[in-house]
Design a protein around this ligand. Sequence first.
Ligand SMILES: *Cc1c(COP(=O)(O)O)cnc(C)c1O
Length: 333
Amino acid sequence: MNLAKFPRRGYVTDATPIEAVPAFSKALGGKVNIFIKRDDLLPGCAGGNKTRKLDFCIADALEKDSDTIITCGAVQSNHCRLTLSWAVKEGMDCHLILEERVKGTYSPQASGNNFLFQLMGVKSVTVVPGGSDMMGEMKKLEAKLSGEGKKPYIIPGGASNTIGATGYVSCAEETLQQLFEMGLNIDHMIVPSGSAGTHAGVVVGMVGCNAGIPVSGINVSRPKDVQEGIVHKLAQETAERVGVKGSIAAEEITCFDSYVGPGYSLPTDSMVEAVKLLASTEGILLDPVYSGKAMAGLIDLVRKGHFPEGANVLFLHTGGSPALYAYLDTFMD
Ligand SMILES: *Cc1c(COP(=O)(O)O)cnc(C)c1O
């Protein structure tokens, strides 16, 4: 793959660290060696996975001479926080459409990412009910802003189109190079699977490099079959874009849906345990909506003996810790 041919802004200046987490591994029985790829430490306000995608998406927006970004997400969206942060850095306006997926959860005074939207000077926030046609809402705003002489560019939810997913193809290449330099042979990789660009991009990168490292996604909202279909479709389209020969086999896409709990963004006991355990053994912060549930999945798979004894398992930490501050009641005794 020659990813250099795609326009990008250069937001990812260095490889994010891959760290061993021995105390955490020991707390899980010590039979599996867990490593964490620290994409929570990516640049952009408070870090996280969307920076890799936005590096390509905002480059596309600027190539198209746009001066305004419109995007969407949930009420505590990390994607919205990072899109706004990079738009600010580029001197562009940024408008957000927030979907109130859980009724009554939007509050203009809320902490976490919502507070950061205000702090970074979001141009407008439009809150719409759960289940709304988000692309339709963004198009309406696009028409209005165009009428006012702006040049808006729409980034879809999670920046999960083929342009954004290219950022995670690049992450897979970066990871393989680092593992080579470390002399570390990884047997399995675990990633959170939400709007699917991260999962799809990593799979395309691993398959495109013939890595032979299986990748499993932990769902944060949808049932297994539905999510696997969404990831597979995006992976195939992304593979075509970046020039991976042949198609991505359906068997390359595996999702686990047992850790979603009552629904997207709703706390589970296993998420709380995962967040507390990683914080108290390694001083690393997960988040309640994505990385906490994904780590709950990894913990359960380790306890169930899903990985052979002595396996090296790499967890992709996609960030999101600002959302913790909107969930204080969930964590405080
Ligand atoms: C968006 C997000 C994810 C999920 O990534 P997708 O590409 O949407 O599947 C995981 N973790 C965090 C912290 C996120 O903000």
